[in-house]
Design a protein around this ligand. Sequence first.
Ligand SMILES: [Fe+2]
Length: 280
Amino acid sequence: MDRLRPAADAVIITGDLTECDLVSEYAEPRAMLARELHVAVYVIPGNHDRREVLLRELPGVREADGFVQYAVEDFPLWLLMLDTVVPGAGHGELCPIRLAWLDRTLGKAPDTPTLIGMHHPPFQCGIGHMDRIALRDPAAFLAVVSRPSPSRAHRQRPSPSPRDRPLRPGYRQHLPSVAHQVELDLSEDAPSVFTLEPPGYQIHRRRPDTGVVMHTALVDSYPGPFPFLEDPDYPAPRYRAGSSRSRNQSPSTLTQNVVSTTTALGASRIQGARVRYSRP
Ligand SMILES: [Fe+2]
């Protein structure tokens, strides 16, 4: 992550930095974060962490109303780190105290775009054993974050803001973990098992004109980058130009010089190849 160009403004880590929440377990992530990341890092607990130990062992973690939750107001996109942990349980919950804090904090700048970091997802993903430890009563959370901005009542021509748009059922996404991955088994009785698929993370790039665009990246290093070597006979530029030839000539098979990389079982293989493929 520290090699990203341009550099990230901040990194958020939404919990489970340890397995058993032992004080000794925090030494490694604490050293790793200090060594590898030279940007601001914001952390909240997961169901494998304990608030009091996390607060003591990691720098920059803050508390509000007895929970590890806080707002980061240093960027055009606010970061709201929300504590969903239930001590001793795997699932997540938001009690009235946390919901009130969330509502109050969002209300400080209702028209400011805000990204909320939380450990337990407020939706069902389809993997049975994960859904059973998701956020309970997500409707209460969604009601708070969907509440129309009070400032709108004073405007004659309100402009839309993220908080003015109720969150409707629709697009939801799961991301790769930076450690092991839960096996992708979308069944109710999926066994609780993990795989060693490549660890990853997600980049949230926000610009006023595009909003937030998310990119999924892998933690590990892979061969490359390599330049794309285009065959002089590759017809795509002619198609792009929209010439009469491109309209009349539509070959079903094209040839392209590529350098491709494939990875299997941890072994990387670089292949400089002349690849034939069919265009439907
Ligand atoms: Fe967890």
